[in-house]
Design a protein around this ligand. Structure first.
Ligand code: TYM
Length: 331
């Protein structure tokens, strides 16, 4: 039996990028790996590395919890919890900060990108973010961590930290493997296909959220940037906008890129986009209905209570052993 761990940060509404790169993979893995354990959480502590409005943060945290389930995760097989409700994440995060070097954190491209936007608003926790992320993973001895492409570097650092710790303290953590999807690991912005689709972008036309209605989804796809070549083929270098849409289509309809290209090679961009808009709506509509039923239910609260308790049991035991290893506190 293997353990699979992953998280999503509640900073803005979930996007199609989060769905394709992460949640859809969790659901797929859960169907394929029937004997494995899934620990999935909402990384609210990671969200506060940037200033958040309290009631919005809390609402988004619950929204993500409900969306995980609405997207098809099996509640019986998932330990679903909120990161801040398991205090050992912070405790281990601090210990791992003491096992990672400034130079390593400075090399993280996500930090560099965010830091570029304005020195004064950079908190120290944004800098040490990867140590907390490593704690999220190592606390549960994760074997696998399914993520989108943008988290690859953080995962590599997590592995380095685990190996370093294991070297000093005699094999204590499982060194995790990332699982990155072959198609859809990096969904791009609909208006600027050179940057990643992100929930924190200013221009809402660039991303589709899992909460967008039919009309809005179709409009955003219709206005997505393509090119003037007017040929449907998969060419990410010369036709990055179209390649991104083909990627989205392949993921949302469970077809290969080749199948999509074959089907639409004679079509106009307009027809292609209409079918793509419909394919997205067909997937998201039932998810939104399930979300609506869950968000108001006691069931969601019960699942989160149970998840918190199970995660706490694991985390408590691991931290007790960890402190023993390091020599913290009394025996
Ligand atoms: P976050 O909240 O930015 O994104 C959640 C997941 O969605 C994936 N993703 C994408 N995949 C494809 N295309 C995109 N445009 C796209 N945008 C986001 C991300 O790769 C991620 O898998 N630091 C993490 C949260 C986290 C975490 C963890 C993840 C905290 N602790 C431990 C795994 C394990 C983050 O900010 O993801």
């Amino acid at each position: 039996m293997k353990r699979i761990v992953s998280g999503i940060k509640p900073t803005g509404s979930l996007t199609l990028g989060n769905y394709i790169g992460a949640i859809k993979q969790f659901v797929k893995l859960q169907k394929e790996r029937k004997d494995d354990e899934f620990f999935l959480f909402i990384a609210d502590l990671h969200a506060i590395t940037i200033r958040q409005v309290p009631h919005e943060l809390r609402q988004r945290t619950l929204d993500i919890a409900a969306m995980y389930l609405a997207c098809g995760l099996d509640e019986e097989k998932t330990v679903l919890f909120i990161q801040s409700e398991v205090p050992q994440h912070v405790e281990l995060g601090y210990i791992l900060q003491s096992n990672v070097y400034m130079g390593e954190l400075e090399r993280m491209t996500q930090f560099k990108d965010k830091a570029q936007k304005g020195q004064e608003s950079i908190t120290s926790s944004l800098f040490t973010y990867p140590a907390l992320m490593a704690a999220d993973i190592l606390l549960y001895d994760a074997d696998y961590v399914p993520v989108g492409d943008d988290q690859k570097q953080h995962l590599e650092l997590t592995r380095d930290i685990a190996e370093r710790f294991n070297h000093y303290y005699n094999n204590f953590f499982t060194v995790p493997e990332p699982i990155i999807p072959k198609v859809g690991a990096r969904i791009m912005d609909l208006q600027d296909p050179n940057k990643k689709m992100s929930k924190s972008e200013d221009n809402p036309k660039g991303y589709i959220t899992l909460f967008d209605n039919e009309n809005l989804i179709k409009k955003k796809i219709a206005s997505a940037v393509t090119d003037s070549l007017a040929i449907i083929q998969f060419d990410p270098i010369n036709q990055p906008g179209l390649a991104n849409l083909i990627n989205i289509f392949a993921s949302m309809s469970d077809q290969s890129i080749e199948e999509i290209v074959e089907k639409y090679k004679e079509s106009s961009y307009k027809n292609f986009k209409e079918d793509l808009g419909q394919a997205i709506v067909d997937v998201l509509k039932p998810i939104q209905e399930k979300y609506q039923a869950l968000i108001k239910s006691d069931k969601l609260q019960e699942i989160l209570d149970k998840g918190r308790d199970t995660a706490n049991q694991y985390a408590f035991k691991k931290m007790r052993k960890c402190k023993q290893k390091i020599g913290l506190g009394r025996k």
